[in-house]
Design a protein around this ligand. Structure first.
Ligand code: SF4
Length: 517
């Protein structure tokens, strides 16, 4: 692509921008076979960051040469061959670790450069890719994990997500964006894709056009978490299903050409939207797409945060989807292979990832439900989890992440299990733990958000500690949680949370949720 506009609209470019101008991120794919042949030592340090465009980060400590790889899973939907392939990659190369992310993707760890070409081949053979799963590019598209089977969807979004994904996938016209760029396309009426925290979201809507009620989308822009979280704003537009791709291209083009590239921490789309406002943004989109209808009626009426536990009827009569808990989103490869076997035996082989880091097995006929539920694996990967382990989310943390300040995943799991022993509640409380302000674990929308920090104490020196935030939600337009005073030693965190939850239990009304409290 020509970079004239990037130069024209940004007099000063940050250091990362100058690197990206010299070499497009996606070009790393051409170098990887050569590096794989010659070994990790052959990769110049100034090329390490470009691996993100191939979905790979060097895990902590970088010098050891182990990669994390994220694989795009649009809407989180996987067929049986894909699940088996992913499980075998984790088994053969990833020390058995299979993580589900808060954007419905899969992450591997412990990969060596020598192994990456074979992993790419295996992914390609089943129609998967890690291209653009990280980096300043369109990331994996979040969607409705129940697309096509959802009794609560306005219409099936499978083909639209596929069309948009395929357009942006490995597209060098859009591989140099100012920062990461997160898209969601869903017509689930329970806002299962967390629309308000995406850069660009297509949400379910209807409008009467020429006397007929037509189904389509509204457009929300400029959401995002990290250190300065923003909720997306709705534009005065109604978008027909066949216009989604063009509108997505228009917004992405605007971000590419007008997004900020001077200060990296101000480069996300949310800052441009906040400065321009929805009206100016709308005008700019229409300049590119031609006329679009004005806003109609919102068709999402609640928020389920991506939780689908239990056995639930599909829109297809006689079929069910089974929502399962994966504690803090981590499975081992044998568990994934077993779930794939079960899904093939009782359903159509699919497994679907939720942004709550959990799973769905769809297409189970009524008469097979009891037999399916008697399978041993569902003792750990349960259909009806206890309330704390069932509603706990955790980012990767210090185990692998270079930016982390504290350990998260194991800690979150231990705390949730402790709370399930110590506190009984009649409603779930969503607890999200993150290892730094980047908020990959979506701390800001949790009932209780736990953010890791380093803290210096007289007795112990530098320790892992936490800030506690309460009251996040995406209901009623959304509200980020607010920080409580003080910092808590990580070792004291279980006890402090227990006290907080007992106070909540003793003062709340029956069935009153944390949000209503
Ligand atoms: Fe790493 Fe921070 Fe993201 Fe956790 S929130 S995975 S610590 S960058």
């Amino acid at each position: 692509m020509g970079y004239e506009k990037i130069w024209k609209n940004n007099e000063k470019l940050n250091k990362t921008e100058l690197v990206k101008l010299e070499k497009d991120g996606l070009e790393i794919f051409k170098d990887i076979p050569n590096y794989a042949e010659k070994g990790f030592e052959s990769i110049p340090k100034d090329q390490w960051d470009l691996f993100k465009w191939a979905g790979c980060y060097l895990q902590r400590p970088k010098e050891d040469g182990y990669f994390m790889m994220r694989v795009n899973i649009p809407s989180g939907i996987l067929n049986n061959d894909q699940v088996v392939t992913l499980a075998n990659i984790a088994k053969d190369y990833g020390r058995d670790v299979y993580d589900i992310t808060t954007r419905q993707a899969i992450q591997f760890h412990w990969l060596r450069i020598e192994e990456i070409p074979d992993i790419f081949n295996r992914l390609e053979a089943v129609g998967l890719s890690s291209a653009g799963a990280c980096g300043d590019i369109t990331r994996t598209i979040v969607g409705n994990p129940l697309a096509g089977i959802d009794p609560h969807e306005l219409f099936d979004t499978t083909e639209i997500v596929k069309e948009v994904y395929e357009f942006f996938q490995h597209n060098e016209d859009f591989s140099n964006l100012p920062r990461k760029y997160k898209m969601s396309i869903s017509t689930n009426k329970q806002n299962a894709s967390n629309a308000e925290i995406n850069c660009i979201s297509f949400t379910p809507a209807t409008k009467v056009i020429a006397g007929e009620r037509v189904a389509g989308f509204h457009l929300k822009l400029g959401g995002g978490l990290s250190a300065k979280p923003y909720l997306a704003q709705t534009l005065d537009l109604f978008i027909l299903p066949e216009q989604v791709k063009d509108v997505a291209i228009a917004v992405t083009t605007i971000f590419r050409d007008y997004g900020y590239r001077e200060k990296r921490h101000l480069a996300r789309l949310k800052f441009l939207v906040a400065d321009w406002g929805p009206e100016k943004f709308k005008e700019k989109i229409i300049e590119m797409t031609g006329p679009l209808e004005a806003k109609g009626t919102d068709e999402d009426d609640t928020w389920n945060a991506g939780y689908f536990y239990g056995v639930n009827p599909q829109k297809q009569e006689g079929l069910n989807y089974v929502g399962l808990n994966v504690p803090v989103g981590r499975l081992n490869s044998n568990e994934v292979l077993e779930l794939a076997r079960i899904s093939k035996k009782y359903g159509n082989g699919e497994i679907r990832n939720c942004n709550s880091q959990n799973l769905i097995i769809p297409n189970i006929p009524d008469h097979l439900v009891d037999e399916l539920l008697s399978e041993k694996i569902f003792e750990r990967i349960t259909v009806h989890p206890k309330p704390f382990i069932g509603y706990s989310v955790s980012c990767t943390g210090i185990e692998y992440c270079n930016l982390a300040l504290v350990e998260t995943k194991e800690r979150m799991r231990r705390i949730a299990e402790f709370l399930d022993e110590e506190v009984s509640l009649d409603v779930p409380v969503r607890i999200h733990m993150v290892g730094c302000p980047n908020s990959c674990g979506q701390r800001a929308i949790a009932d209780i958000g736990l953010q890791g920090i380093k803290m210096k104490t007289k007795e112990k020196g530098m320790i892992e500690a936490f800030e506690i935030y309460v009251g996040g939600t995406l209901l009623d337009g959304g509200k980020f949680n607010e920080k409580l005073k003080g910092k808590i030693d990580g070792e004291d965190l279980p006890g402090v949370l227990k006290q907080l939850l007992i106070y909540y239990k003793n003062t709340k009304q029956e069935k009153e949720t944390f949000y209503d409290f």
